[in-house]
Design a protein around this ligand. Structure first.
Ligand code: ATP
Length: 277
């Protein structure tokens, strides 16, 4: 990649400071507990996938991490700073679920990607050479350099997803959070995404990824976390694609466990055995 390296991935808080730490975090929506006492640490340079059945709380967790949703209990720290005091938002890139993204936006691919630089630019400063380089580089990484002047709405769904990823990459984030970037995306687009994430990872960035389809990203993954019913059910070495698929297709009513327990970390295989470890 030709763009400059991201800003010091370690941050002011120190070389080993984890970009994400959740300590006993609970989130309630409308009085209903959605996340319950979640502990999660994402270390510098790691790529962590968040897996789990529909409705298990994965999107809620990443929305709490990105500050889009307030937590009701516990502590969320970004780069060592409690999220309420965190101000370095340009260090964080977020790719939301596709359905909330580009629909009907009458903008060119380059414009959307350039919008990812906003957090890096000083207020009212015109676009500089570094901005242009970062945008061109991000377009290249996701394989859309030749589509830069196309309208976003002219692209396929998978290509639109890559535009959003390029927008996040253009901001040269130290931490990139992606919510199901591969949902409904064909294999070539999944491969393009995996290549883009590999490049980002090589530059020392940390990646937190909600994914149902791991596919070509499997070799990049350092750790898997499985959510179940608002709790962390597994936190450990990367799961095989087969097991990941199983966790996706499981439904809450098939899974053992009550609603009033402390976080329980176990193997996802326990689900198949039909009992809690
Ligand atoms: N804004 C909201 N209002 C009410 N309930 C919500 C809201 N957002 C999420 N929920 C509920 O919180 C629970 C967890 O949802 P969440 O989207 O975090 O799950 P998920 O694991 O990301 O699911 P999926 O894989 O389907 O995206 C679900 O029961 C959902 O209905």
């Amino acid at each position: 990649m030709t763009s400059p390296a991201p800003s010091d991935a370690a941050g002011a808080a120190g070389a080993g400071t984890p970009p994400v730490v959740l300590d006993q975090v609970s989130v309630s929506i409308g009085g209903r507990p959605i996340l319950r006492d979640v502990d999660l640490t994402v270390r510098v340079g790691d790529m962590v996938t968040l897996l789990g059945p529909n409705g298990s709380g994965k999107s809620t967790l990443v929305r709490a991490v990105t500050g889009l949703l307030p937590h009701t209990r516990g502590t969320v720290r970004l780069f060592g700073t409690p999220i309420g005091d965190f101000a370095d938002w340009q260090r964080l890139g977020f790719v939301p679920q596709r359905s909330t993204a580009t629909g009907g936006v009458p903008a060119t691919v380059r414009e959307v990607v350039a919008s990812g630089r906003v957090g890096r630019r000083r207020l009212l400063r015109p676009t500089g050479a570094a901005d242009r380089r970062a945008v061109e580089s991000a377009l290249e990484v996701v394989g859309l350099a030749d589509r830069a002047s196309y309208g976003v709405s002219q692209l396929s769904g998978g290509q639109q997803q890559r535009v959003l990823i390029a927008r996040a990459l253009a901001g040269e984030p130290d931490l990139l959070v992606l919510d199901e970037p591969t949902a409904g995306v064909d294999l070539p687009n999944q491969q393009a995404l995996a290549d883009a994430l590999a490049r980002l990872k090589e530059r020392g960035a940390t990646i937190l990824l909600v994914a149902h389809e791991i596919g070509p990203m499997m070799p990049l993954i350092d750790r898997s976390v499985v959510m179940r019913d608002g709790l962390v059910a597994y936190d450990g070495p990367p799961l095989t694609q087969e097991v990941a698929a199983h966790t996706h297709h499981a439904h809450e009513h098939d899974l053992p466990g009550g609603h009033d327990h402390a976080p329980h970390v176990a193997s996802p295989f326990d689900w198949e055995r039909g009992g809690r470890a």
